[in-house]
Design a protein around this ligand. Structure first.
Ligand SMILES: [Zn+2]
Length: 93
């Protein structure tokens, strides 16, 4: 049961990420391409905001990393594997 709680925690944290980083989400909506990865695209609102000094690269990095990891865990069907991954990354302790 304890393991399951951990999974729910991660699921919730995916939602709270969207809340904590609402400004970044808004920026991502302004990207030229809806499937923008915000890495190498030319018309990327996130990259523009970073180069204009509106958004700090560190903040975006932490958002990008946390979102990727949280999504991995919520998509992983093998929850034991997901939990091991979280432990490895020292996530959500
Ligand atoms: Zn982008």
């Amino acid at each position: 049961m304890k393991k399951l709680n951990k999974i729910f925690e991660v699921m919730n944290s995916v939602e709270s990420l969207d809340y904590d980083f609402a400004d970044i989400i808004e920026l991502t909506k302004q990207c030229k391409y809806s499937n923008c990865t915000h890495t190498s695209e030319t018309k990327c609102a996130v990259k523009e905001a970073i180069s204009d000094g509106i958004l700090s690269a560190e903040r975006f990095d932490s958002y990008f990393r946390l979102k990727g990891e949280a999504e991995y865990v919520s998509k992983e069907k093998n929850k034991t594997k997901a939990i091991d991954y979280m432990k490895q990354k020292k996530l959500f302790q």
